[in-house]
Write a protein that binds this ligand. Structure first.
Ligand SMILES: *[C@@H]1O[C@H](CO)[C@@H](O)[C@H](O)[C@H]1NC(C)=O
Ligand SMILES: *[C@@H]1O[C@H](CO)[C@@H](O)[C@H](O)[C@H]1NC(C)=O
Ligand SMILES: *[C@@H]1O[C@H](CO)[C@@H](O)[C@H](O)[C@H]1NC(C)=O
Ligand SMILES: *[C@@H]1O[C@H](CO)[C@@H](O)[C@H](O)[C@H]1NC(C)=O
Length: 732
């Protein structure tokens, strides 16, 4: 296996210091044998993966001597990822022919990827000879290369894995000179709350160096290259939702870097290379396509208010711009923006399935369009979502396992997992994800499991989520009806009537007490009660005009870890800012475990050895990519003394609610689970202001009136037949 390594060498000369830091933080990646491969084609993939270019820096040799947490025994972190289970993305292509042909919307598509795991963010090489894409088939985001001919008639194109790393690799593009340019979180950011994503390039020639093009302390995303390959455009991040700037740099070395448009993302060079199309969210909330002339800096809005249009893509061969925009039913469709004879921009619809289509890309000649969408829109085979799915882990002895649900926890003896499916009840499953059982139906969230008075018990909270201090949320105790298999569940309410919002219960190690947060005082603070209920005695653990929440009890000794906003009460508190603290069960010994610097850190859970804590944290990866659900969270682990911070997950999803169990996860996970429905809301909704005040809308509408005037007209999105010929004035 070692012989297959050592092809790509990362830019050691330039980033020596960063590398050293990284070596300290990274640990070996999975061997090929450890690949988690779902479904068909396993042997093909394994064969292919033996034959790939692999960066030196990923090799086990260089990473062996890392100091680590909890390495003595194999343990498992189980966690939730919002939305991910339903994604089932594959990449599809259509031949464009005449982009004005109204029949294109219903013309046949070809599936380019093979239906294994999720496959997305593709790019063609040249006129479509090869396809680069991101796949999570090995357990996290890696780059793959395949043929752009598709999977037809059972033909499975040869597949080549290009990267091996537990970090994020995303948005690959080919440069015409043969290099691959992509985004990675390979090197940790040095500043708190800074995104790790940076742009790298690597020559296609074996033995060549991976070069970082993003300067230290900058966060870049969404690379695009000019037709003459001299210039690279990117979104450069602020770490805030949708707030990036468009930057241009020399493609060879990242130098001559300058911002060409504030508040924009997803750049695409015009055919002549003299301007850049990008998307921007206007103050009144619409995502629109803009164009910036590189010489004059003039910015023109191309798509009008009233419709969201985003993710522009261009080609060397054609003048039109591929985009995504919701149709009248709210499904995200791919369209083409083109300028008519009269200098008017018009939009034609290119896809038309009742599912979301994402992130268009074009072959160099513009003849081939690619995009990704959920494969179940037209699949005749039923797919199931396994209850548990393994994720690549950067920690050698910690298995990372994603659950198709939320708020998982391990039973007291680690023999099963308890969790919420959506917010509609409590389920239990075996450690391999088999034998799932619903043990309670109701609007429950949060779980903790123990053994008390001879029965398996689970505590949960029932009521609305993200509610105020006074909303009614009760802590429930679910007790196994003596059978030991959750055949009957007894339900007991532990919190008293009129005590407001009580949630996030966590059992003491012997199951005799529960710590939880309650809003009964007007602030959400922590309390401890006996497992019999608060009527049997209630102790207030913390007190103050802030939120203390999501407590977790140590497996054995008397400490409780929790998320708190206590340091943000004075001054202007950043919305939702939380740090991680721990405190003794007698209320003494308060200490800070992790300082988020005004960011978000929550859902802490002790490791089985009690020496470290896993939690979820706002990871600030740039979200100029509307397919991301929301711009937080990745899982991190930290020692209880506040040292040895390590990032466990690297992806653009919301990873959260981790629990850390004392045993490894079975090698074979059960394929049983819910039927895959590709049922999820388009994430662009999340990126819009959710509760816009009427007066705010008015004010920002006035502010942008001038800008909008230039583009208003009879321009419509995809509303049935009328849409296709409608046009918008351009100031060009
Ligand atoms: C999309 O499909 C629907 C239903 O099949 C059809 O009525 C509509 O005309 C199609 N739209 C386009 C632009 O072809
Ligand atoms: C990056 O940030 C770190 C931490 O603030 C600082 O020490 C370093 O000098 C910065 N590097 C550059 C190139 O500005
Ligand atoms: C930039 O826009 C302004 C105002 O629309 C126009 O007067 C000027 O000619 C433009 N400059 C260039 C170089 O296109
Ligand atoms: C809680 O209070 C409500 C209204 O006062 C009452 O209807 C309900 O029975 C009480 N529940 C319990 C468990 O005492």
């Amino acid at each position: 296996m070692r012989a297959s390594r050592t092809r790509i060498i990362w830019g050691i000369k330039h980033f020596h210091a960063v590398l050293l830091l990284m070596l300290a933080l990274c640990t070996p990646v999975h061997h090929c044998d450890d690949l988690e491969v779902k479904g068909k084609g396993t042997s093909d993939l394994r064969k292919a993966s033996m034959d790939v270019d692999e960066a030196d820096i990923f090799s086990a040799e260089s990473l062996k001597d890392t100091t680590t947490l909890d390495q003595q025994a194999r343990t498992t972190v189980v966690y939730a990822t919002v939305g991910r289970a339903q994604y089932a993305f594959d990449i599809y292509t259509k031949l464009m022919g005449n982009e004005r042909d109204p029949e294109l919307a219903n013309a046949a598509e070809t599936q380019l990827t093979d239906g294994v795991s999720v496959n997305y963010n593709g790019a063609f090489a040249g006129d479509g000879e090869a396809l680069l894409f991101v796949s999570e088939r090995d357990g996290n985001m890696e780059l793959y290369k395949g043929h752009a001919e598709g999977v037809t008639g059972g033909h499975r194109p040869s597949l080549k894995r290009l990267t091996y790393s537990p970090t994020l690799q995303d948005r690959p593009i080919y440069s015409p000179d043969g290099r691959i340019i992509f985004v990675s979180t390979h090197q940790p950011a040095k500043k708190p709350r800074q995104g790790w994503t940076a742009i790298y390039s690597v020559s296609g020639v074996k033995g060549h160096t991976v070069r970082r093009l993003t300067p230290e302390n900058e966060t870049d995303y969404s690379p695009a290259i000019s037709a003459d390959e001299q210039w690279l455009a990117a979104a450069t991040g602020s770490g805030k939702t949708g707030k990036s700037d468009v930057v241009v740099m020399r493609s060879a070395d990242g130098l001559q870097r300058r911002i060409v448009a504030k508040n924009g993302g997803w750049p695409a060079f015009s055919r002549d290379g003299r301007s850049i199309f990008f998307h921007r969210q206007t103050p009144e909330g619409w995502w629109s396509i803009f164009n910036v002339e590189l010489e004059s800096g003039n910015i023109t809005r191309i798509t009008p208010p009233g419709v969201d249009v985003f993710t522009p893509a261009t080609s060397k061969g054609k003048d039109w711009v591929a985009v995504a925009t919701p149709d009248q039913d709210g499904y995200r469709q791919i369209g083409v923006l083109r300028m008519d004879e009269g200098g008017e921009w018009a939009l034609s619809q290119i896809t038309n399935k009742t599912t979301h289509h994402y992130n268009p890309f074009l072959s160099a000649d513009g003849e081939r369009l690619g995009y990704h969408r959920c494969r179940c829109a037209d699949s005749d085979t039923l797919e199931h979502i396994p209850v548990l799915e393994r994720h690549s882990s950067p920690l050698p002895n910690v298995d990372l396992v994603r659950i198709d649900g939320a708020f998982p926890s391990f039973s007291d003896d680690d023999s099963y997992i308890v969790y919420n499916e959506g917010f509609t009840g409590v389920s239990v499953a075996e450690r391999d994800g088999s034998n799932k059982k619903v043990i309670y139906k109701g609007p429950a969230f949060g779980t903790t499991a123990s053994y008390h008075e001879g029965r398996h018990v689970v505590a949960t909270a029932q009521g609305p989520t993200f509610a105020t201090e006074k909303d009614v949320v009760d802590i429930l105790l679910l007790a196994d009806g003596q059978s030991g298999d959750w055949h009957n569940t007894d339900v007991l309410t532990l919190t008293a009537n009129g005590t407001g919002n009580n949630a996030f219960p966590s059992f003491s190690s012997d199951g005799s007490e529960i710590v939880f947060r309650s809003g009964r005082s007007g602030f959400k603070n922590l309390y401890i009660m006996p497992t019999e209920g608060e009527a049997a005695g209630l102790i207030r653990l913390t007190e103050g005009p802030w939120d203390d929440t999501m407590p977790g009890w140590t497996p054995a000794s008397g400490w409780i870890v929790f998320a708190s906003s206590r340091e943000y009460v004075e001054s202007n508190r950043p919305a939702g800012a939380f740090d991680i603290f721990m405190i003794r069960t007698d209320g003494s010994g308060l200490q800070k475990v992790f300082d988020s610097h005004g960011g978000l850190a929550n859902h802490p859970h002790f490791s089985p050895s009690q020496t470290s804590v896993v939690f979820t944290r706002y990871s600030a990866e740039e979200i100029s990519t509307p397919h991301q659900f929301q711009p937080y969270g990745d899982l991190f682990a930290i020692d209880t003394d506040g040292t040895n911070l390590r990032r466990l997950t690297h992806d653009p999803y919301e990873n959260g609610t981790p629990a850390w169990g004392s045993e490894g996860t079975p090698r074979e996970l059960s394929p049983e689970g819910n039927v895959l429905k590709c049922d999820f809301a388009d994430s662009v909704d999340w990126l819009k202001p959710r509760k816009r005040q009427a007066d705010q809308i008015k004010r920002s509408a006035e502010e942008t009136l001038q800008e909008d005037k230039a583009v208003q007209g009879k321009w419509c999105p995809f509303t049935a037949s009328a849409a296709r010929r409608s046009a918008v004035s351009s100031s060009k």
